[in-house]
Design a protein around this ligand. Structure first.
Ligand code: AMP
Ligand code: TRP
Length: 334
């Protein structure tokens, strides 16, 4: 086993990912993998996605496209394990055992559960309630210590730490403490300027969007209602285009854009064109790799199966330790 810190992170299979997913998460996953300083595992968590209403006929496509986007964005499956959660049954097995050291009260405090049970009133199932236990299992199964997440997952990660601590206190030291690694990119706003970029809101720039589509989408994007024409002073801090500039445009230029927007010297039209140029440049290699992979479906599936086999090898060792610590199975009788 490598002595580099193990990283684990995951996304739900939402299909092809968007610029927000890339700048907020994927780009860092790729960078940490390339740095060689970590032992990275990246998962597509399809079992988590079953906690809300979904169409089983669409799920394979969603999972495939999410995986394909990981690879197209530059995740190298030679250096990182990339796999689909439900291909490794140990996730579900560990979830059960961790559930027995998880307090109901802690789960009731999860804000995401409260939000989701508001959104899905007709289907508040116990899987939605124990979602954070499955997430704890994802991480602890690989004894990961570094977990890149966005702000919205910090509470879940705190609970994962607590669950690990409770398990260790009761059964002996099996799990190390996972530490969150917060994304340094602030939320990318959607093209409507009203909320974060998100697939369900249809306000996204897709990672495989063609250059012309990117330009067109950005051209029509909402900016600052107080800035109607060039010359009007703008407010970069509330502008969705500016969130993208900050993530992709060289720092000195960002400072100039900030200044010239405020004075009114820079109009939204030109600012958007410059934004489109940096987005198109960043997405070009992703699109090329994406098209290649789309033409090689079998290869993507094969990569995921190899990833699952490598993940399973680690997972089965952890589960043997868990069962032994808990005094379970015939293995403990020998
Ligand atoms: P989601 O599918 O919304 O749970 O997002 C998956 C990952 O992408 C998470 O790590 C999020 O933090 C990140 N992400 C999603 N939307 C955005 C956004 N608009 N801006 C920045 N990061 C995002
Ligand atoms: N719950 C996370 C999300 O919706 C996804 C996730 C599942 C995850 N398991 C994880 C993230 C383990 C980090 C580590 O974004």
């Amino acid at each position: 086993m490598s002595d580099r810190p193990r990283i684990f992170s995951a996304m739900q299979p939402t299909g092809e990912l968007h610029l927000g997913n890339y700048l907020g998460a994927l780009r860092q996953w790729v960078a940490t993998t390339r740095s060689g300083e970590f032992d990275p595992i990246y998962c597509i968590v399809d079992a988590h996605a079953t906690t809300v209403e979904y169409d089983p006929r669409e799920m394979p496509t969603r999972t495939f496209e999410t995986a394909l986007t990981y690879l197209a964005a530059g995740l190298d499956p030679e250096r990182a394990i990339v796999f689909v959660q439900s291909d490794v049954a140990e996730h579900l097995e560990l979830t059960w055992y961790l559930g027995t050291v998880t307090a109901m009260g802690d789960l009731h405090r999860m804000t995401q559960f409260k939000e989701k049970s508001e959104q899905h009133k007709q289907n508040i199932n116990s899987g939605l309630f124990t979602y954070p236990v499955l997430m704890a299992a994802d991480i602890l199964l690989y004894r990961a210590t570094v977990v890149p997440v966005g702000n919205d997952q910090v509470q879940h990660l705190e609970l994962a730490r607590e669950i690990g601590r409770r398990f260790n206190a009761r059964f002996g030291a099996v799990f190390p403490e996972p530490v969150p690694r917060l994304s340094t990119t602030p939320r990318i706003m959607g093209l409507d300027g009203k909320s974060k970029m998100s697939k369900t809101r249809g306000n996204t720039i897709g990672l495989f969007d063609e250059p012309r589509a990117v330009e067109k989408k950005l051209k029509g994007a909402f900016t600052d209602e107080a800035k109607l024409r060039r010359g009007d002073p703008g407010r970069p801090e509330i502008c969705n285009i500016f969130t993208i500039h900050r993530a992709l445009t060289p720092e000195s230029e960002v400072a100039a854009i900030d200044r010239d927007c405020r004075t009114g010297a820079l109009g939204c039209g030109e600012c958007k064109q410059r934004c489109a140029a940096v987005v198109v440049e960043e997405l070009a290699p992703i699109r090329t790799r994406g098209l290649e992979l789309k033409a090689n479906r079998v290869q993507v599936i094969e990569t995921l199966r190899e990833g699952a086999a490598r993940a399973r090898a680690i997972a089965s060792r952890t589960m043997a330790d868990v069962r032994r610590a808990m005094g379970l199975s015939t293995a403990g009788m020998e």
